[in-house]
Design a protein around this ligand. Structure first.
Ligand code: TRP
Ligand code: ZN
Length: 869
């Protein structure tokens, strides 16, 4: 452990900065080992302090000048620079040196495959120069970039290019000016040799915007989908939110070394190449949809994040929850709303609920943070989006948009808080959100239990709802939340009933605000079937004692696709649970005829979207099932998921096979209808592959595939069903693609999730593959991340070999890239979910990490929380 334990920051301690910086002039003289940075800032005192504490890490200070004079009244601290006895207003000039080539943490200024690039969010700018590295200090930036002409023909930064020229025969420079005041986390610089895809967009009000996507040489043929997605994003934001772009140029750079998905730097987004590069030979349909979503997400940040930014990092969900909501709506408006909703809900019910129940549990607006990078979480992003969605449900689109407009009227050009956002929604709608605000401060997942009572005499149907949130590690006391609870009632013919309460018609969204509350519906002639938490109207667990018949009925009669899917999931959940019991009692895995018939009915229904059918037939993941238990029986759950899949496959063999063959391979195109057909065809293949007789179907699909979606589907089938042809397919793929890390990531992910008993040995061997590198986060996530998260049987092997392997990797990444290490460690934090023997083995690894004398703050925060639990 480090000498002095890292210090936590608390939301309640917020204070405005001692000084503001209104304007910055930066010069970068780029050299691998010693880049010279000059920062000239216009500084003004904001409180009565004449001392200014600037943040800085790993910086070699060269000189400090105040108003043109050498300044010696300063102290260099471990993580900053303290300047004293300052005038009220002054020009501060700092010169310092940094070493991009030795920066493996990928934060600040670093080299990605020979190109310079920056990542400043959340607190990376302090690795570039001494600065007030906090989001409530907004300045305009002028940036001069100087580098070698031949190696770095493109020199980029935020805003507009205002000057370029030569320094000498070898070096050139470009000057950029960004007119929009911004916090330093939105600063970006890129220098490299790229191919550029160019296009143009004219905004609604007539502004011509140059669009430029920079990719590694030779990758131009993989940038088209990103460009189309960008143009679609710009158009959608004008149409749905009335928001236009505000500069004359929008640049996107794709880099191979990146800790996250992408970054919304003003006018100069930096992207993980995974979310830019795609063609049919290299990318799957899922990749294409991911690119659309992330391009949209970063573009939408221009208003929700950049024009209005966060006052402090505790407010992160202000921009992230809202921007995820916006990108989800974008994808839903362009593609299938139901399929998008289903996939978003799977993320909440799986990994987000798991996070809520873990030692890292925190509200969407955290109260206490040691390392900010640890709070770019499913809770802040995905649950944050659900919280915005609930406001949208409560207000309706019209009032919600009025709230957005008021929010921008009030806060454009400033750093705001979550409270500011809720106030705008409240003031624009007239709807009281007092209790609703608890969603921002309360962590954990509420469970809503429902009891129904039909009274034949009074013709009333009563739903009694109770809500309860279990204590979480960060917060013992829980309060009742304002839960929008969307309900529909169906009569026995499947007609939807108009809801009536207290003599009048009511809408479908009940405001459930008490610990326990009963809603009585009148004029209900016969006992109805309720469809509840429709559209997943709140991020809660629903408990209701549905009969199999009711669920099968809803799968047919529910008016909306999401509700049909959800009924199917509840039916599966019942039998996954009962079969886990059975397996633990050494009994066979079985599924009743009714369940099989319900799913048969879905496959055979040609009125349904094939993509939707594929979702209905997809079993819950191991991780989602694990969330249903306090202590999960790893092997039993794995056996049941495998067994249930096999029963459905054998029982529905004819239908699956007929469907597979009816959806023959088409010429490849990326549109919803084509994607949907491939999704269903490949879903059928996954089931069929569980039966030996269909192994040739899998290898045949691999042989003739004309696109990566179908190639990967064949490999996934061979991998998860451990078919004899698996090795052959894997070898052929690696022969074709070993030169391309991004394409190999799919192969690495299959190695990681390989259920066979030598998986760990294979994973270790893969680490010597020419395409693998522990310094590339994408490779690490594909191979190691999938082993830890997608291979429950082998990762949780009773010997502890999986845990020891994870420990080794974490100790190595702790030094080179703590951000990546900190994401990788999450499954180990949840040790309480496993039996005592496994717990003990995991704790050994956590203790080893804790004992390291250079443990990074990122891991320190998580390891200590987990061990304190
Ligand atoms: N703001 C980015 C997004 O939501 C997130 C991000 C990108 C990030 N890179 C990062 C966060 C590095 C922390 C560290 O798109
Ligand atoms: Zn974001």
């Amino acid at each position: 452990m480090t000498e002095s334990a890292p210090k936590a920051k608390y939301r309640s301690d917020y204070q405005s900065p001692s000084h503001f910086i209104s304007d910055v002039n930066l010069t970068f003289d780029l050299h691998e080992r010693d880049t010279h940075v000059t920062a000239i800032s216009t500084v003004k005192q904001n409180t009565d302090s004449t001392t200014l504490l600037l943040d800085g890490e790993g910086i070699e200070l060269v000189a400090v000048h105040i108003d043109g004079q050498v300044w010696s009244d300063y102290k260099q601290l471990k993580s900053g620079l303290e300047l004293s006895n300052l005038p009220a207003e002054f020009e501060l000039k700092i010169e310092n040196k940094i070493s991009p080539i030795t920066n493996s943490a990928l934060e600040g200024l670093y080299l990605s495959d020979g190109a310079y690039c920056t990542q400043c969010e959340a607190e990376g700018f302090r690795r570039i120069t001494y600065f007030l590295d906090r989001p409530d200090v907004l300045a305009t930036y002028t940036t001069k970039v100087i580098a070698d002409k031949v190696a770095f023909p493109h020199l980029l930064s935020n805003g507009n290019k205002v000057e370029e020229g030569e320094v000498d025969t070898q070096r050139h420079y470009v000057i950029w000016q960004d007119p929009h005041p911004k916090p330093c986390y939105l600063f970006a610089l890129v220098a490299g040799d790229f191919d550029v895809l160019r296009d143009q967009y004219t905004t609604r009000s007539g502004r011509k915007v140059a669009l430029e996507i920079f990719v590694d040489k030779g990758n131009l043929d993989r940038a088209n989908h990103a460009m189309v997605s960008l143009i679609n994003s710009m158009k959608w934001d004008e149409e749905r939110f009335g928001l236009e772009y505000d500069l004359d140029i929008y640049m996107i750079v794709a880099v191979d070394f990146f800790n996250m998905g992408a970054m919304e730097n003003k006018g100069l987004n930096v992207f993980n190449s995974k979310f830019v590069l795609a063609n049919e030979k290299t990318a799957t349909d899922t990749d294409y949809l991911g690119i659309e979503a992330v391009i949209g997400h970063e573009y939408f940040h221009n208003w929700t994040g950049n024009r209005v930014t966060c006052r402090d990092w505790f407010q992160l969900s202000l921009k992230e929850g809202l921007t995820v909501f916006r990108d989800q709506e974008f994808s839903s408006d362009l593609g299938s709303r139901a399929v998008n909703r289903i996939n978003n809900v799977r993320i909440i019910r799986g990994p987000q609920f798991a996070e809520d129940a873990s030692p890292m549990s925190h509200p969407i607006r955290p109260e206490k943070v040691i390392e900010m990078n640890n709070f770019y979480t499913l809770t802040v992003y995905e649950k944050g989006s659900e919280v915005i969605r609930m406001m949208h449900t409560l207000l309706g689109e019209g009032k919600f948009q009025a709230g957005m407009k008021l929010y921008f009227d009030r806060h454009d050009g400033t750093a705001a808080t979550c409270e500011d956002f809720v106030c705008a929604m409240e003031d624009a709608s007239g709807i009281d959100l007092t209790q609703f605000r608890r969603w921002y401060s309360q962590s954990g997942t509420p469970t809503v239990s429902v009891k129904a009572n039909y009274d034949e005499n009074t013709k009333t149907y009563a739903l009694t709802l109770t809500q309860r949130t279990k204590p979480t590690q960060d917060q013992q006391e829980k309060q009742a939340l304002h839960i929008p609870f969307d309900v529909e009632l169906y009569d026995s013919e499947g007609n939807v009933l108009e809801l009536q309460c207290n003599g009048g018609a009511v809408g479908n969204v009940l405001s459930f605000t008490q610990q326990e509350q009963t809603f009585v519906f009148e004029n209900v002639d016969t006992e109805p079937t309720p469809s509840m938490l429709r559209e997943f109207s709140a991020p809660v667990k629903l408990e209701f004692d549905y009969s199999d018949e009711q669920l099968a009925f809803l799968m047919i009669h529910a008016r909306n696709e999401f509700a049909k899917w959800d009924a199917g999931q509840m039916l599966l959940a019942k039998y996954v649970k009962s079969n886990v019991e059975a397996v633990l009692n050494q009994q066979a895995i079985t599924l009743p005829e009714l369940v099989i018939d319900a799913f048969r009915g879905v496959i055979l229904n040609d009125q349904l979207d094939p993509a939707f059918i594929a979702e209905v037939l997809s079993l819950p993941s191991f991780n989602e099932v694990a969330g249903w238990y306090d202590i999960v029986s790893v092997d039993a759950v794995c056996d049941v998921l495998k067994g249930v899949k096999h029963i459905i496959a054998t029982e529905l063999k004819d239908e699956l096979s007929a469907t597979y063959h009816s959806l023959g391979q088409q010429d490849y195109s990326v549109n919803h209808s084509a994607i949907a057909k491939r999704a269903l065809r490949n879903l059928c293949l996954q089931y069929l592959a569980t039966m030996e007789e269909y192994a040739s179907l899998v290898s045949n699909q691999f042989d003739v595939a004309n696109n990566m979606t179908d190639t990967i589907a064949a490999m996934v089938a061979a991998n998860s069903s451990s078919l004899p042809i698996r090795q052959n397919l894997m070898d052929r793929y690696s022969d074709d693609w070993s030169h391309d890390g991004l394409v190999m990531d799919k192969w690495f992910a299959l190695q990681g999730s390989n259920p066979s008993d030598n998986a760990l040995e294979n994973v270790k061997a893969c680490m010597s593959h020419t395409a693998f590198s522990l310094s590339n986060p994408n490779r690490v996530r594909s191979l190691i991340g999938s082993f830890l998260n997608m291979n429950p049987r082998r990762f949780h092997d009773k010997s502890g070999s999986g845990y020891q392997f994870a420990g080794e990797i974490l100790r190595s990444l702790n030094e080179s890239n703590p951000q990546v290490a900190s994401r990788l460690i999450d499954p180990l934090l949840k040790f309480k979910k496993y039996d005592a023997k496994r717990q003990a083995l995991i704790i050994v690894e956590l203790e080893k990490l804790k004992a390291m004398d250079n443990l990074a703050n990122d891991l320190y925060e998580k390891v200590t929380k987990a061990l304190d639990a």
